[in-house]
Write a protein that binds this ligand. Structure first.
Ligand SMILES: CSC[C@H]1O[C@H](OP(=O)(O)O)[C@H](O)[C@@H]1O
Ligand SMILES: Nc1ncnc2[nH]cnc12
Length: 289
């Protein structure tokens, strides 16, 4: 793969609202068939590789997890040519040995959300993509390598429980999630991973542990203040990992999910209406010509 084929999308979570070090910076506002993304994308190049950055909750942290327009956010990255998405997120640690300030390169998700649109395929078209391994294994390895190179401790693998929020968990929930074997908890990444797969992009999460939620008797219960304090202290490390991984992505294998829809679309061509084709053309035209 040549560097010019790759565009890396970066989604910044709580505490990461901008990337530094980009060249040829532009601000790109996009409309999508699913509405408006969280904010304008900041595009540019880093080490010669094209990048598009989006602050997940918008600049100024205006959008609650349950109100995020995940479809618009991921569609916009696809429209900008993204082949890979690196997500940076603050998470609660559900394990003693995942210490606040450390990173986890997760490999699984568990869904505890209730009311979030999380597919591009509805209203006249049906598709079922594979999702047993929701995180791209190639991108995950590159991210671990990037952490090592940047000298930043990262746990290899873990299950991210995606709760609904916006309230934090009850203590009973937190303790039960630990019994389930959950490693970290957050409110945002699963829908992004599902939509990235449907849009045939690789997706991986750099999860920054910021707190012990509310299960740990030796630590205070999570608060926004505590999350932001740890996130601000470690945002430099998150940026360092992103900067280290971007050139690796460009030099690495093409996304293994570039044809994820090939055997996933159930609806026969003659039953796909012009309206659906118009709406989803960016994703499905290549299978309909
Ligand atoms: C500020 S604490 C809760 C908030 O932080 C995480 O956001 P993100 O995943 O965007 O880093 C969590 O999911 C909640 O949205
Ligand atoms: N304890 C927690 N629960 C949910 N989301 C979080 N983000 C950071 N810490 C969190």
């Amino acid at each position: 793969m040549t560097q010019s084929d790759v565009v890396v999308g970066v989604i910044g979570g709580s505490g990461l609202y901008e990337m530094d070090g980009l060249e040829d910076v532009r601000e790109v506002s996009l409309a999508t068939p699913f509405g408006a993304p969280s904010d304008a994308y900041i595009t540019g190049t880093f080490a010669g590789v094209s990048m598009a950055f989006l602050p997940r909750h918008g600049r100024g942290h205006r959008i609650s997890p349950s109100e995020l327009n995940f479809r618009a956010n991921i569609w916009g990255l696809k429209k900008l040519g993204a082949t890979h998405i690196v997500s940076v997120s603050a998470v609660g640690s559900m394990r003693e040995d995942i210490v606040p300030g450390e990173f986890v390169v997760i490999d699984q998700f568990f869904d505890r959300t209730r009311h979030r649109p999380d597919t591009f395929f509805s209203d006249g078209i049906v598709a079922h993509v594979l999702f047993a391994d929701p995180v791209c294994p190639d991108l995950r390895l590159l991210m671990l390598e990037a952490c090592r190179e940047a000298g930043i401790k990262a746990h290899d693998g873990g299950t991210y429980l995606n709760m609904e929020g916006p309230q934090f968990s009850t203590r009973a929930e937190s303790k039960i999630y630990r019994q389930w074997g959950v490693d970290v908890i957050g409110m945002t990444n699963l829908q992004e991973a599902k939509l990235a797969r449907e849009a045939e992009m690789s997706y991986a999460t750099l999860a920054m542990a910021t707190d012990y939620d509310c299960w740990h008797e030796g630590h205070d219960d999570v608060t926004v203040e505590a999350v932001l304090e740890v996130a601000h202290r470690n945002v430099g490390n998150a940026r360092a990992v992103v900067k280290a991984v971007v050139p690796k992505i460009a030099a690495g294998p093409p996304s293994r999910f570039a044809n994820a829809l090939e055997h996933a679309i159930m609806t026969s061509k003659e039953h796909i209406s012009p309206e659906v084709r118009e709406r989803l053309g960016l994703l499905i035209d290549k299978y309909l010509d």
